[in-house]
Design a protein. Sequence first.
Length: 588
Amino acid sequence: MRSLFIEQAYTKPGGRAVPVDMNEGCNKIELWNPDVGPEKTLLKLGSNIRISMGFPVAKTCFKVSEWEGHIDVLQRIVLDPQSMRLKLDAFDFRALTPEGKRTSFNQPVNTFLTTYLTPFLSQVGVDLSVPLKDLKSLLPLFFSSQEQPRIQSWLGTLRPSQIKIGPEGISLDILMDVDVQPKPKEPTGVRPESVIDNMVKSWEGLDAFAINQIEVLFGQLLTEEEKQNILETLLDMRYDFINSLSEGTLDPALLGNQFVSAWQSLSPIMRKYLSGQTNRSPLNFLTFLTVSDALLALNKIGPDAVMIPSRDGLLRLAKLLGVKQVEPSLDYSYAVRPDLRTFFGFGNPLDETGPAFNGFEMDLLDKPTQGMNLNHMFSFLKTWPSLAFAAETPLFSKEILPWVMPKGDISLYLNRIKLALNQGANEVLSKKRLDTKYHFLFQQMVLATAWQESCWRQFTGTESKVSCLVSYNQSSVGLMQINERVWRGIYRPESLRWNSLYNIRAGCEILEEYLRRYALKKPESKTMNADTLAQTLYAMYNGGPGQFKKFLLRSKTNKLFKSDKLFWEKYSWIKSNQLDKLKICLGR
């Protein structure tokens, strides 16, 4: 409402409103610095005000009254159900001195204000027919074409209900009749590949829309807890999709549920920081909120119509949310976003210097040397060298070969990996963000996590052909098994696949993030021993922040996942310095 007053009334230079200016300023009302709030069942507009009253004679103004201070204008809110215009009826004033003390206007000034200020402010209003029209055109875009007739029939029953004023603002309930029918049975059998592909593309649009929502918060002074909640929402959303896709349980309903879940998390933050901003249309923002809230309400009711957000629908919502004259884009790109990393507190992008390739397999020109000099290998590691980027894969051979497990004796290889993992952990710890009492635990976690995730391997293959290590569901890569979809925009996939040091850095960064900003912030961590904390941290690394409470429940009910048990085995071996057992998973 404040932004609407600014947009419709306070339009003069310096953000001022001038309801009347006659006789070259002899009779003038000027307002500035508006503030809007509730006053029981009324809306209160507070504003600085300057009043000048006089009689013009020739070119001279004889002042009768001149006053400057503060005014509170009390207004009733009236809705015309036919035009759907929300009108304001200014009917009372309160005068305050510049020091904030209550005073009163004399009769001439009161009449002057009633004559000019009241009708001026009564022009301010909200044309709710616009967001309702957009609601009617947008809602169908979030459901399948087969459901369009039913959705249109629901929308035909839209009507206004109660108006309420509270600390958060003015709320108007919009009613709609919805017929809830028994949900039809899902078709059995394997979904055709084309159907899966379409669902994947739809989800990618939804993920891009989530990033678009986060982008509009860039530059706002969010708390660390708010940023943490947003990142948790994003990661859990991505992990849920990955798991559904890999388990063959991907369902169209997932998209609607994720849209609603993300909106429930982001809505309070967006309302807090974006309401009243002058760089975006207040009416567009109101429409965005109305459509999103309507979709949330429909999801809660649980009609059998499955919500499937279309790209067109998401684009139109993104446009409503965006700043003026900026066209949104919902491109699903894997490029690193420095602004996204900064927003979430990851800092500058990791150094991408080194081997990078878009594929998952390459031919090597050079043969690995069995007797490679140990000092040469360690000197290569100690400096975390700047390696020249090469477009042709054979030129990567010299950088990749030292990270390929050789035939025969692998002691040198294992020492190299251990040194790299320790150095990656120390690099993260050197930022001094994690309490020192957790440093040793963190170093052990890095070694154990890499063991569980990849058996300390970045690559597999032969002497002439090598592949980066890829998970069974084709989503996580490398020594630390970084999921490319989950960490889209934070890490570069090509470097994760082919640059072992980059992959290690990314894994260490993620582990530290989960430990410092999630696990240790939970009340349960206060009573955990180091072993339980380590197991919980790995569960989060493996499945996202939502696994914190889920792991504790599994542990309490003695229903641990296989991955939980396997990690505990590796972690126990690290604690007891049984690195020789690495040869078991390496087949040596």
